[in-house]
Structure formats: structure tokens, C-alpha cells
Design a protein around this ligand. Structure first.
Ligand code: 5BU
Length: 264
């Protein structure tokens, strides 16, 4: 199946090259799964990506939680991810003013030189998107920003009004790949999809086959339901990396997500 056929409106309406790249990879792998690779060691990360790489479309990182991080090991890790045809998504949740966010794409981690996607809050205003985009441009690369329109954690302060402002602003911005939605609540997600329309992506953390409450306020919803409610990518962490057999479980998430897309 071709990406255009599988994705319909989302494909036709896509503006950002990164959106189509994701849809192509997801179609090729028949997986709308982004693995949240929350491992604290480089060896743990390498092992995980090699095991699970064939069943996922994107790899979400938190580059600042790794105990033995080195630039050399990271370059190698990104190469392994690329060999598995994975988009690399640094969940940095940038929030500062435009020019500082731009600089924070550099620094010791140099996120601009290896990330395809990053997350940002819109709390400081719309210039953050320009700051992040100009950082990618400064190293001759392209990327996409996911704005936090919702969060999966209980008691978060992203009110409906705030969320609506993020959506109104983000849908008009070319540098925005889409939005983070709350994968744990299909009803909220349907509402978000209605407000976002058919062009931009919605990616959703807070997804696990075992639905319900997680650790420290995390909440989980069903992977298939998240996709049919309007999510374009389920972000799954512990559901996969804490499983006894991560590869087997990742394949299961991939199948559910792909079926969700076809049914939708
Ligand atoms: P989990 O193990 O599936 O709960 O991991 C979820 C991941 O998604 C983790 O890396 C979080 O940083 C990330 N996340 C989230 O859980 N909820 C949110 O609203 C956002 C990100 Br934004």
C-alpha cells in the first residue's frame, strides 16, 4: 500500500516535508508506533533499538537522562536508528523565548544536528517555532515541531482555552508538524482532532495495552482507540521497553496501530 492511500487527507494536506516522511516510514513498516526509549544507559538504548527497530516508525529520546552519554556514542546510536529507517524525536519540551530555544538546539547535545522532530510548549509565544526551525536551518537540516496541546499526566495545567490557543496558532504555522494530544482519553482526543482539522498530525503519549493509571500521575489509554480517535502516532514507552519480550510486544502495538489507521 502507498502512503497516499493509507493516509488520505493527512497525506494530501501535508505541508511540512517531515510529515510525509513520517507517513512514508509508517506505511512501509505498517506501524504508527513511536518508541519512547527511556533508558538510562547507552548500552540499554543500543540493545532496545536493535530489538525493536523493525516494528517502530520513530524513536523518541530524552537525551539528558542518560548516565553515560557521550557525543561519540550518540552519533553512533543515531546511525543505528537511521539504519532502521527511524525518525528521531527529541522530546525536549522547549519553552523559552525564540532566540534562546534556537541556542538550546545547539550546546553540548547539539539537538539540531540529529533530531528530526522536537516538542515545544507555546507558553512563550509563537516565535519559539521560528527559533527551532532556524536552528535546523543553520546546520542545513529540516525538522518538525510538535506543540503540546494536551498532556497525558493527571492534573496538568493545559486548560481547554490554552489548548485552543495552541491549536489556533499551530495550524497556521508551517514549521509545526502537529500537536501532542492526550493518548489516555479518546474523548479528549476526538475533540482535539475536530479542532485541529485534517492537516496537522496528532501524536499521543499515555498509551498502553494495559489501560489505567501509571506511575506518578501518568495515565494510559488503549492504542487502537487512540488511532481511531484521531491520533497519527502512538508514543509507547514502558509498555514496550519494560516488557519481557520488547520485540514481540512492539509488533503487537504496530499491528494495532496500523489496523486503527486502516479502519479509520
Ligand atoms: P511511558 O513509559 O509510555 O509512560 O512513557 C511516556 C513517554 O512519553 C515519556 O518519555 C514521557 O516523557 C512522554 N510524555 C508523556 O508521557 N506525556 C506527555 O504528555 C508528554 C510526553 Br508531552
Amino acid at each position: 500500500m502507498q502512503a497516499a492511500e493509507a493516509w488520505g487527507n493527512r497525506w494530501t494536506n501535508a505541508v511540512l516535508p517531515m510529515a510525509r516522511r513520517y507517513m512514508e516510514v509508517a506505511t512501509e513498516k505498517q506501524s504508527l508506533v513511536c518508541l519512547a526509549a527511556d533508558k538510562n544507559t547507552m548500552s540499554g538504548l543500543f540493545q532496545l533499538v536493535v530489538e525493536v527497530g523493525p516494528y517502530i516508525a520513530a524513536l523518541k529520546t530524552h537525551v539528558d537522562l542518560i548516565d553515560d552519554w557521550t557525543p561519540e556514542a550518540w552519533v553512533e546510536f543515531c546511525q543505528v536508528a537511521k539504519q532502521h529507517n527511524l525518525l528521531i524525536f527529541e522530546d525536549r519540551k522547549f519553552a523559552d523565548i525564540g532566540k534562546i530555544s534556537q541556542s538550546q538546539m545547539g550546546g553540548i547535545y547539539d539537538i539540531r544536528s540529529w533530531s528530526d522532530i522536537v516538542t515545544a510548549h507555546l507558553i512563550s509565544g509563537p516565535d519559539i517555532v521560528d527559533g527551532l526551525q532556524s536552528a535546523w536551518k543553520s546546520v542545513g537540516r529540516e525538522g518538525g515541531v510538535l506543540l503540546l496541546a494536551q498532556m497525558s499526566s493527571r492534573g496538568n495545567l493545559l486548560t481547554e482555552d490554552y489548548s485552543q490557543n495552541v491549536v489556533d496558532n499551530g495550524i497556521q504555522s508551517d514549521g509545526v508538524l502537529g500537536f501532542i494530544g492526550n493518548g489516555s482519553r479518546p474523548e479528549e482526543l476526538k475533540d482535539l482532532r475536530r479542532r485541529v482539522g485534517e492537516q496537522k498530525m496528532i501524536w499521543t503519549p499515555g498509551v498502553n495495552i494495559a489501560v489505567g493509571d501509571g506511575e506518578m500521575g501518568q495515565r494510559y489509554g488503549d492504542p487502537y482507540e487512540a488511532i481511531t480517535a484521531g491520533s497519527d502516532c502512538i508514543i509507547v514507552g514502558s509498555g514496550i521497553h519494560r516488557a519481557d519480550n520488547p520485540a514481540e510486544v512492539a509488533e503487537q502495538y504496530a499491528k494495532l496501530s496500523w489496523q486503527g489507521l486502516l479502519d479509520r
